[in-house]
Write a protein that binds this ligand. Structure first.
Ligand SMILES: [Zn+2]
Length: 309
C-alpha cells in the first residue's frame, strides 16, 4: 500500500472513530433503566419489514429484472414468526418456500447493539437523536453498518435496521433458489458447476444483503453512510491476511467474505450504486469465494481506486 492510500484510509478511519465516540458520549447521557415500557411489538415490525423489503425490490424492479432474464416465475415466500427459538435468527427453507424469524434471537441482537452503542437500558423514546448511527455486525471481524435514527425510538430503529438487513439476506436465498431451479433445466451446466453454485449460497446472500440495504436506505447517497464501507474494507483486508497467515483461506467463512464483497461494491459505486444495480446483481449471481477475495485484496491494497470525483 502506498503512502497516499494509507493517508486516505487513515482519514476515513479517524472520521469514523470520531463520529462513533461522539455518538457513544451522547448515548451515555441518555441511558437509564426502564426497558419494559418500551418493549417492541416485534411481530408487527417483522411483518412490516417483510413487506417493506418487497416494496423496495419492486421499486428497483429487481425481481422483474431477474424474472425476465431467467425466464422464471418468482414466488414470494411465506413469513413465519417464532417466539423462542435461539438456534437461529432467521432462515429460509427452500422446501417450504418459507422465511422464519425468531423474535427471541432478534431481541438478543438488539440488546447486543444497544450495549455496543453504550446503552444499558433506555429511559424514554429518544426523539431528539437525529441522523445516523452504526451497528456492529460481527462475524469473525467487526464490521460497521450504518442506520438512521430519524426521531425514532433507538430500540425500534435498531430493530428495523437489523430485521430489514436480515430480511434481504433471506429473500435473496429465495430468489437464488428460483434461479438455481431454472438452471437445473439447463443442460449446458455441468454437475460440478451446481456444486460451486450451491457452495456459495451464503456468500451471495451476504453480499446482496449489504448492497441492497445501502440502496434501500439511500446510504449510497450519504457520505456518513458509505464511510462505514471504507472503514470495513480495511478490516476485510486484514481479515484476509489473517486467514492467509493461518493457512486458513479455504476455511468456510462465506458470511464474512460476502459482507466484505458487498462493502467493496458500496464503496466502489457510491452514489452510482442505483444506476449499476443490475450489473452488480449479475456479478453477485456469479460470485464465488476466489473472485470475492481477489476484489478485497485489489481494493484493500489500492483504496484510491475506490475514490470517484
Ligand atoms: Zn443465509
Amino acid at each position: 500500500m502506498d503512502d497516499k492510500s494509507l493517508q486516505i484510509l487513515s482519514y476515513y478511519y479517524i472520521v469514523m472513530n470520531d463520529q462513533l465516540d461522539k455518538i457513544k458520549e451522547y448515548v451515555n447521557d441518555v441511558a437509564y433503566n426502564g426497558k419494559n415500557e418500551f418493549s417492541l411489538n416485534l411481530d408487527k415490525i417483522i411483518d412490516s419489514e417483510f413487506e417493506k423489503a418487497f416494496e423496495i425490490l419492486d421499486e428497483f424492479d429487481i425481481i422483474k429484472y431477474l424474472e425476465e432474464k431467467y425466464n422464471m416465475n418468482y414466488e414470494k415466500p411465506k413469513l413465519v414468526i417464532l417466539e423462542n427459538d435461539l438456534s437461529f435468527t432467521a432462515e429460509y427453507s427452500d422446501f417450504e418456500n418459507k422465511i422464519s424469524f425468531s423474535k427471541k434471537s432478534v431481541d438478543r441482537k438488539i440488546d447486543k447493539q444497544l450495549e455496543y452503542l453504550g446503552y444499558k437500558e433506555i429511559k424514554r423514546s429518544i426523539s431528539d437523536i437525529k441522523g445516523i448511527e452504526y451497528l456492529d455486525i460481527s462475524y469473525n471481524s467487526i464490521f460497521l453498518y450504518p442506520f438512521y435514527i430519524n426521531e425514532k425510538d433507538i430500540r425500534k430503529a435498531i430493530a428495523e435496521a437489523i430485521i430489514l438487513s436480515i430480511m434481504f439476506h433471506e429473500i435473496w436465498h429465495s430468489i437464488d433458489f428460483s434461479i438455481l431451479r431454472k438452471l437445473v433445466g439447463d443442460s449446458s451446466i455441468k454437475d460440478m458447476d451446481y456444486f460451486i453454485i450451491l457452495k456459495n449460497l451464503e456468500l451471495r446472500a451476504s453480499a446482496f444483503e449489504v448492497v441492497i440495504y445501502y440502496l434501500a436506505n439511500g446510504f449510497h447517497n450519504d457520505e456518513r453512510g458509505y464511510i462505514a464501507a471504507y472503514r470495513n474494507i480495511l478490516t476485510c483486508r486484514e481479515f484476509i491476511d489473517k486467514l492467509e497467515r493461518k493457512g486458513d483461506i479455504y476455511t468456510d467463512v462465506p458470511y464474512d467474505i460476502g459482507f466484505c464483497y458487498g462493502n467493496i461494491i458500496v464503496a466502489k459505486y457510491g452514489p452510482s450504486l442505483k444506476e449499476n444495480i443490475y450489473k452488480i446483481i449479475d456479478n453477485i449471481i456469479h460470485l464465488n469465494k476466489e473472485k470475492a477475495i481477489d476484489e478485497i485484496k485489489l481494493y484493500g491494497d489500492n483504496p484510491e481506486m475506490l475514490l470517484y470525483d
